[in-house]
Structures are given as C-alpha cells and as structure tokens.
Design a protein around this ligand. Sequence first.
Ligand SMILES: Nc1ncnc2c1ncn2[C@@H]1O[C@H](COP(=O)(O)OP(=O)(O)OP(=O)(O)O)[C@@H](O)[C@H]1O
Length: 348
Amino acid sequence: MTPTAPPVLPTTPQIIGGCRDRFRPRRPTPPPGPRARPPAPRGHLPRGRCPVNELKVTDLTVKFAGITALDHVGFTVEPGSIHAVIGPNGAGKSTCFNVLSGVYRATSGSVRFGDAELTRMAPHQIAALGVARTFQNIALSKFQSVEDNVMLGRHRLTRAGFLGAGLRLPSARRENARHRARVRDIARFVGVAEYLEAPVGMLPYGVQKRVELARALAMEPDLLLLDEPVAGMNGGERRAMAEVIMAARADLGISVLLVEHDMGMVMRLADQVTVLDFGRRIAAGPPERVQRDPAVIRAYLGEQAADEQTADEQAADEQATDEQTADGDPGTIRDRRDGRAADERENA
Ligand SMILES: Nc1ncnc2c1ncn2[C@@H]1O[C@H](COP(=O)(O)OP(=O)(O)OP(=O)(O)O)[C@@H](O)[C@H]1O
C-alpha cells in the first residue's frame, strides 16, 4: 500500500487562542518555486491555551555501571519551537529522552518544564504536565482499532470514573462522545481518518507511526518528544510525517523536541539543534551553523575527514550546503558509525 498524505483541508486555519501570532514559525516562508515547502495540513483542533513553558535541561548527567551516557548536558527548548538532538550512535540521545519522560533517573542535573522539576517525577506525572512522547519502535496495540488506540491518549483527560463508564451513565456517555469527536479531529489532522476502524497491525508502517503521533496529540500536549519519528519510513512517508510535525508546531503552537538520524529531516524542520557525542554536548545552534561545525563533522565523519576539509574546500562546501539545505538535503553531516544518514539522503 502506498502511504496516504495528510489532507489539506480547504478551511482557514483555526488558530487557537491567539497561538498563531505568538508561535509563528521562526523561519521565513520560502518563496514559491521548485524548492518551496509543501503547505502544512490544516486541522481543526481548538485549544484553550498556548504553551508558555520552556524546557530547560541543565548539567544533566546519567551514569550506568561504568558508562557515562550523559555528561553535564544542557539545552533549552523555547515554547513553540522545534529543537533536534542529534549525534552518532551511542551519543546519549535516547538516554536523554528517557530522562525527560521519566523512564530513566538522572544521576545529577536538572530538567525543568516551566516551574516543574521533571527529574523527580514519574512518567504519568510528566505526562500530566503536558509532555507527550512517541517511541523509536511503535508502541501501539496492534489488534485494536486506530480510534481505540488514539482514545488511549485521552485517558488522563477523562473525568468519568471506571464505575460511571461501566454503568454507562449518561454523563459518562456524553464525555465518551466528546472524546471520540476529538479523536476524529486529531485523526484528520494527522491524515489517518480513513483508517479509524482498522486494526493498527493491518496498516502500513508509515501510517502506524502517524497513529502513534495522533495518540500523543490526543493528550493535548504542550511539548512533544519524538524519538526518531521517520525511522524506517520511505520518502513519501517521511514527507507526510514532516508536514504533520510542522503543522503541530505552526498551527497548534506545540513545542517539539526530536531525536532523529535523518539529517535532511533535521535540517529542514529544526529551529535549533543540539549535537551530542559520547554523552557530551559538542555543538549547539541553528542547523545551518551546526552542520558546518568542525566538531560535528569530526564526530560524524571521523578525524581524518575533518582534517581533510581544507579552508578552500570548506568555502566550496558552504555554498553547496546552502543550496542543499533548501532542499532538505543532509549536507555535510553523515553518520560515521552506521552510514544510515547517508543512505537516507535520496529519500529526504
Ligand atoms: N539501560 C542502560 N544500561 C546500560 N547502558 C546503557 C543503557 N542505556 C543506554 N546505555 C548506554 O549509554 C550510552 C548511550 O546510549 P543511548 O542509547 O542513549 O545512545 P543513542 O544516541 O540514543 O544511540 P542510538 O542512536 O544508537 O539510539 C551507550 O553507551 C549505551 O550503551
């Protein structure tokens, strides 16, 4: 089956409690032409609030027996921005995500989301603050329908207790209907509405990944943590997912922190990038700057390749990279350890 692109609804985008002005995408809209970005899908997701909380990671250290997976790492995710954490295999990206979502305990350091200190919280408490995450490997109930899977994301917003729902009290039925209507809105937003009745396990991989994103959005998050959202996808599926992520930020004002190996995706989506290597932060800044950073090139390509980049070559690279970046091309960064990013270039 071929992936289905999210629909572009023929409506004026509804932005949502004034979020649009406040969280307008920071990069200028590219001019029309062959390199113009496709329009983001428009949704109907009324929200009563705008995210105002920044995520501030300070001096975060995580040690496993004998291994320092994160070593005094720090970065800030501004409200309404897309921030990428990248790095070669084993750099500490997943460990970082697992601390932010309460799965791992930090050895030291701080993770603040607004006024809350997340390092002392359990995953469900962090979720209750409006932090939702997706996983590297799809974590959905394969035998349940798309609708029921996305409904699981509404759990923390459900007021009717187990008894009320079991007895099918009128108030519980009304609430259930409201949540299901919202789930349908969200399914339209991410482009999976046509699959609502289908068991998740029957769907193509790219659609399943979008269902997982729909479930995270069903939690009405202020911050989305996306762990390799396009891993294993083909080119069409990647583009569809990229559009949904951009729409979540642009139309809903949701902040996004993503870990991704696909450098084309990172360069295209991220406002800011933090680069880790062997648990340390080796670079940070806008993607255009980070991809030219010698420490980053060294981390991905190795010492020799970095040394071979003479001043003349760098000047030539810069010009080429500017052109590639406009196309979402990964540019100079490739993964020295598994070559995945390089293979993914043509699909970006
Ligand atoms: N639960 C754990 N127990 C022991 N060591 C761990 C654990 N989780 C991660 N590590 C180690 O911490 C280091 C960082 O791993 P991590 O998975 O965070 O890297 P990563 O950047 O996400 O890599 P990848 O891109 O391959 O997913 C690695 O050396 C890894 O072996």
